[in-house]
Design a binder for this molecule. Structure first.
Ligand code: AMP
Ligand code: MG
Length: 497
């Protein structure tokens, strides 16, 4: 039976909650603190993600009412919840800090009908022991933004946390302006971060550190056996997943914006959507975050930063690799060194697919680099340049007006002719790897403005509908596929939201 925070029973059991608490039960209190969500004045659904609810075994109809809004607003607890805030540290813009969930509260781990275990977390649910000077709250715009972009990433097939609900609180939050408050329900394979390992290491607690490594391995990498060097095998596997993940980001022009070590999940999912955005014109130096003055987290730096973060993970895990420090460093270094070649392989495999190539040839890298160089020089739209290549008439228009592109295009056509696949197969491959629709910044902003300024959710609903089928090249929706008009203001996104 569900009960609200005041202890009154609710009839929400039929909603399908099946919450467990392996994190709290298997890891010491170093890693978590019990904390209840702080109730809000007037929780009202803004979005309830029905398809996601279904995959979690939750009945959206049974939740689409005041009781459901009370749960997702933090005024009531679902059946079986044991709310906690998680402790972690992190390197933020290169500097080590103790952090923890300052405004996120984990309700528990939902066991899905297909047997997966996923965290259900309220973001913006009030203060926790880790809030420092923060108010524990979140604003409606940024929470809807996380929902739109994370669902967009999921639909592009990129591992990511997801967004189950956004509930408005009926309370103001005070930022540079007074904004409407909201709570986002985030669903993730887990919220174990590089920073969680750094937290354990900073406490010089070898027992806690190895328990965390064992727990992470069982939860996310169950195929790694206990035998041999399981902790090193875990690190290897994490390196591999991060190399694959960041390659996926690069291949769609996604910029995370704050790749601090507390925002890198050991599961290999994208988490913590703050000042993230998709690039329009191709430029490796693209930065959107208003606080990233040095361009540390620019598009072109993301692979190197991922490796830097993994080096922090290796440092934290060192005592687990080998009790002798020198031996441990040697093992960690050679494991970490694999990142660059793994990333490169995923990136080149993905780029070949985007160009309709099947097997690899030695000159492919130059072919890719030369296209990117042309795109950079001409400020070509990242998404639409690749899409244009599979639309014969469109590519011909650019060939007719740009000699440098024409030369590149001729080389690429020759390369295509050297492979046995028919044109139809080539086009199908390209269309499956070059999205027609991404969450374009100006469309996201348009939707958020209508939602926050006029309580009009129609633009958000429409955008979510378009983003649900990013590979549907038959839909002709220039309003959603065109880049913003040139000469507009530079796009910026904000942290501390
Ligand atoms: P983020 O930049 O979202 O990864 O957050 C960095 C740290 O700041 C995390 O420990 C968050 O929990 C914390 N934080 C962000 N916003 C707030 C807030 N409004 N109140 C309390 N803590 C916050
Ligand atoms: Mg974070």
């Amino acid at each position: 039976m569900a009960s609200d925070v005041l202890g009154q029973p609710l009839q929400a059991a039929r909603a399908g909650w099946r919450l467990e608490h392996s994190y709290t039960e298997q890891l010491s209190s170093l890693f978590h603190s019990p904390v209840s969500p702080t109730p809000v004045r007037d929780p009202q659904f803004v979005v309830l993600n029905g398809p996601l609810a279904a995959t979690l075994g939750l009945d959206a109809d049974a939740l689409s009412n005041d009781e459901g809004a009370a749960i997702f607003g933090g005024n009531a607890l679902p059946d079986g919840a044991r709310p906690i805030a998680q402790a972690y540290a992190g390197h933020q813009f290169g500097h080590f800090t103790a952090l923890g969930d300052g405004r996120a509260i984990l309700l528990g781990e939902q066991i899905t009908p297909d047997g997966r275990r996923v965290d259900v977390q309220l973001k913006g649910a009030g203060q926790t022991p880790y809030s420092r000077r923060g108010d524990g709250r979140a604003a409606l715009g940024p929470m809807l933004r996380e929902l739109i972009i994370s669902e967009g990433m999921h639909n592009l097939g990129i591992p990511t946390s997801r967004s189950l609900a956004v509930v408005s609180t009926g309370e103001p939050v005070y930022r540079e302006q007074v904004l409407a408050g909201a709570v986002l329900t985030r669903v993730a394979s887990s919220h174990i971060r590089v920073g969680t390992f750094e937290w354990a290491a900073a406490h010089r607690d070898p027992g806690a550190l190895s328990a965390l490594a064992d727990y992470t391995r069982r939860r996310h990498y169950p195929d790694i056996s206990d035998a041999g060097r399981p902790h090193l095998a875990l690190f290897d596997a994490v390196v591999e997943r991060q190399a694959a993940l960041v390659a996926r980001w690069q291949l769609v022009g996604f910029i995370h914006g704050v790749m601090n070590t507390d925002n890198m999940a050991l599961s290999g999912e994208t988490i913590d959507y703050g000042p993230c955005a998709f690039m329009d014109a191709y430029d490796p130096a693209t930065v959107f975050s208003s606080i990233d003055h040095g361009g540390r987290y620019a598009y072109g730096n993301q692979p190197a930063i991922a490796q830097w973060n993994l080096a922090r993970l290796a440092e934290a895990m060192l005592p687990l690799f080998d009790p002798r420090q020198e031996g441990a460093i040697e093992l960690a270094t050679s494991a970490l060194d694999r990142f660059a070649s793994l990333f490169h392989r995923h990136w080149m495999d993905g780029m070949r697919a985007k160009l309709g190539l099947f097997a690899g040839e030695a000159d492919d890298e130059a072919l890719v680099d030369d296209l990117l160089e042309w795109m950079h020089r001409t400020r070509a739209d990242f998404t639409n340049t690749f899409r244009m290549l599979s639309l014969a008439g469109e590519a011909d228009k650019v060939v007719a007006r740009d000699a440098a592109f024409a030369a590149w295009h001729a080389r690429w056509r020759l390369r295509l002719q050297r492979q046995p696949q028919a044109d139809g197969e080539v086009v199908a491959r390209m269309r499956g790897h070059n999205p027609a629709f991404i969450p374009r910044n100006h469309k996201v902003e348009e939707a958020l403005a209508a939602a926050t300024e006029a309580a009009d959710m129609s633009a958000t609903a429409r955008l979510l509908d378009v983003l649900a089928s990013p590979w549907d090249h038959e839909r002709d929706l220039p309003a959603f596929s065109s880049p913003p008009a040139p000469g507009g203001p530079a796009y910026q996104t904000f942290c501390g939201t």
